[in-house]
Structure formats: C-alpha cells, structure tokens
Design a protein around this ligand. Sequence first.
Ligand SMILES: Nc1ncnc2c1ncn2[C@@H]1O[C@H](COP(=O)(O)OP(=O)(O)O)[C@@H](O)[C@H]1O
Ligand SMILES: [Mg+2]
Length: 269
Amino acid sequence: MNPRNPPQIGEGKSVSGLDRIARGATATILRSGPESVLKLYDSWVPRWAIESELAAMSVAAAAGVRVPRPGNLFEFGDRLGFEMALVKGQDGMERLMESVDQIRAQAEALAQLQAALHQAKAGGLGTVKQRLALKIDRAEGLAEEDRTRALELLARLPDGNALLHGDFHPGNVMWSRDGPWIIDWIDAGQGDPVADVARSLVLFGEGASEDVHRSQYRAAYRDAYQRASGSSLAHLDDWLTVNRAARLFEPAEPDREALLNLVRAGLNR
Ligand SMILES: Nc1ncnc2c1ncn2[C@@H]1O[C@H](COP(=O)(O)OP(=O)(O)O)[C@@H](O)[C@H]1O
Ligand SMILES: [Mg+2]
C-alpha cells in the first residue's frame, strides 16, 4: 500500500490492495490507514448482527470502556464492514502462549477489565437472554426434553441491564503499550453480569477436556472477578448450564460429549 495514496474506504470504494493483518472466525481485518483497520465480514454474517456490534461499541465507548473507536457501516459488494482505530499490540491469547507462568496475573487482569465493563448500563441493546434462547433452540445434540428444560431455566434467570460483552476471552482483548482494548463485540447485549461471567468460564474450556492450565486460569479469573466486582455470583451454576447448552450451537466447541453431560447434570440438580 502506498502511504501517500491510501485507499479511501467508503461507499462503492474498493478494498483490494489493503494488507490483511488478521483472520478471525467471522471476519478479515485489513489495514485501511496509518491508524485504522477495516473489519470486513464474511458474506454469511447477517447485517443485524454487525449493526448490533456497532451499537454495542458505541454504548461501550460512551460509557468510557476501552474499545477501539468505530466508524460507519459500509457495503463492499456482498460483504459488510466498518473501520475502527488500529490497536498496536498483542492479543491476550498470544500473551498467554508466551508466558504460561503468568496465568494467574493474566486471568486477574481479564477479570478486572470485565468487572469494570459490567459497571456500564446498556439500555437499548438486545438482551443476552434472547441471544441464549436462539442458540439453545438450535443447539446440536441436545435431547428435546433437555432443550425445553434449558429454555425454562433460562426464562427464570434474572434479566439485568448491564453491558455484557458476550464473548469475553483472552483473544478478544488486545494489549497495547497504553493498556488493554476490548474488541469483537458481535455477541454483546444487556443482561445480568453473572451471565457474562458464566459465558467466559465456558469459553475458558469449562466443560471441555480438563487441562491444568485452563483450570488454574478459571479459578484465578473467578476469584478475581468476585474481588473486583463484589458480586456473590448468584445463580452462577444455572447460568453455566444455559451457557453450556447454548455453546452446543457453536461449531467451535471441541468437546461436545463432556459439555452435554454437564448440561444434563445441571438440569437435574
Ligand atoms: N482494532 C484492531 N486493531 C488491530 N487488530 C485488530 C483490531 N480488531 C481486530 N484485530 C485483530 O483481528 C482479529 C479478529 O478480530 P475480531 O474482532 O476478534 O473478529 P472475529 O469475530 O472474527 O474473532 C483479532 O483477534 C485481532 O488479532
Ligand atoms: Mg475474536
């Protein structure tokens, strides 16, 4: 890319010629300017989901949460994308791989960041309970009776109006010289913070094949979240059950059998 003649991003403009800097599960990240990136979604990602990501990023930014400043939504052929501020740094997953001896400290840093984020109110965003219900509806491998019971359990859990990220794991926090930046808000919404804690615990491998590093990370994260938020984590076990059931909808889950057993045990408690 010629720095004196950077491609202009906008309606009808081309993205060819931009350098690709990362590839995620739903999007490609391209360098669009000296201080900006373009998040370009795969064509199957629905418009409402991307609009919801942008709305959540705006709510977060307005509440003082450390989120890269987003631009407008644009169409590039059959794909949608938006620009945001470039974060120069490593994501938390890369940092973990570099220093496994720092597991506790890194889990604590993540928990503190998430507890601070949960202080923000998220009026107007979709509810996390709706999101979970949609996923449980389509979860693979769940017996119909368990699906119904999981949905009933979900309906009984508290609503809440805190800003929840919905996919808070080390890979979605980028660390630059001036501190952490939270990215990837496509699953964000409003709800009870404990729902977001449970989702994170499931993402840290909760329910998957046991691994000493993962269990140390989960324990450190959970303790640090409680210390930072003062929360008693009410209904955590039930939030874990519904989040595990919802996780069965996601193709990325590596250990379905273990997760299914935990869902059944949770429903039969
Ligand atoms: N603002 C940014 N600045 C620099 N790199 C970014 C930025 N946003 C995302 N990335 C990189 O792109 C990857 C994928 O972005 P992400 O928003 O997490 O998409 P996905 O939903 O596909 O996981 C991230 O893990 C990170 O490495
Ligand atoms: Mg991501």
